[in-house]
Design a protein around this ligand. Structure first.
Ligand code: TMP
Length: 238
């Protein structure tokens, strides 16, 4: 698979065309941003680590019956994925109160929720990805009822799989963000699943092993990402 023209550059990844119009290369950068890119920095080695973590998680989810855009890992920083039309919605699922939910409702971080909280955010950097509901989405024609139902069901299923997977690795999955895309008449899980897009707390110590270390200047950012990789694929890292 050869790298063609640059199709899109985001904050953490670049998409390149390939000779196959159905496939694109997702290249993982070390760039990190927070608070809608008001804070910028570099997390050394992040691109390689997130590619490995995301590849392992997509493969695991596929084995559990979740359709994703993942085709294969091409190199340290490159993943071959299906070319999708991204649904301009970000799904957040929360198991424990943190971040945006703590702020929105004036809550302490760490409250264990009685049931997972599902949120839609409209994908717009200009607006800061605002929280929206089904009515906004349907009234504006952003997605159909069937698509919303499918994405919601898939997201809860993914939460169940990931929660159990990380619990086996002594990690609490606090919350995470997912994106989906259209591929013909199917909807596939897209983007990445990594410490950039999830909150991971070590069980017992509550140590943060995710991008909050960068957002909040907690230090040991690279070590935290590496630690998550070690827990996910111990044989391939080091
Ligand atoms: P939040 O608490 O800031 O809303 O974040 C919820 C989850 O979504 C958290 O695991 C981090 C992830 N996330 C992203 O992947 N991208 C973003 O732009 C934001 C704000 C959060």
């Amino acid at each position: 698979m050869t790298q063609g023209e640059k199709l899109y550059e985001g904050k953490a990844k670049i998409l390149y065309a390939t000779e196959d119009p159905q496939l694109v290369i997702q290249y993982f950068k070390d760039d990190a941003t927070a608070f809608n890119a008001q804070k910028r920095g570099t997390i050394l080695g992040k691109g390689a680590v997130n590619n490995q973590i995301s590849s392992a998680l997509f493969q695991m989810l596929e084995q559990q019956g979740i359709p994703t855009h993942f085709v294969r890992k091409l190199s340290e920083r490159e993943m071959l994925v299906k070319r999708l039309t991204i649904v301009p919605l970000e799904v957040t699922i929360r198991n424990i109160v943190a971040g945006g939910m703590a702020k929105l409702l004036g809550l302490e971080e760490g409250i264990i929720l009685k049931r997972p909280v599902f949120e839609w955010h409209y994908k717009s950097d200009a607006l800061g990805d605002p929280l929206i509901n089904d009515d906004h989405i349907l009234a504006l024609g952003v997605a159909t009822t069937e698509e919303l139902e499918f994405i919601r069901t898939q997201s809860h299923q993914i939460n169940g799989i990931l929660k159990a997977y990380f619990a086996q690795r002594q990690i609490d999955l606090v919350d995470f963000k997912l994106e989906f895309g259209r591929f013909g008449n199917r909807i596939l899980l897209a983007d990445e699943i990594s410490p950039d897009t999830c909150r991971f707390w070590e069980q017992g110590t509550k140590k943060k092993l995710d991008k909050d270390r960068f957002r909040r200047d907690l230090g040991d950012v690279e070590a935290a990402y590496q630690e998550m990789l070690n827990r996910i694929s111990p044989s391939r890292s080091g």
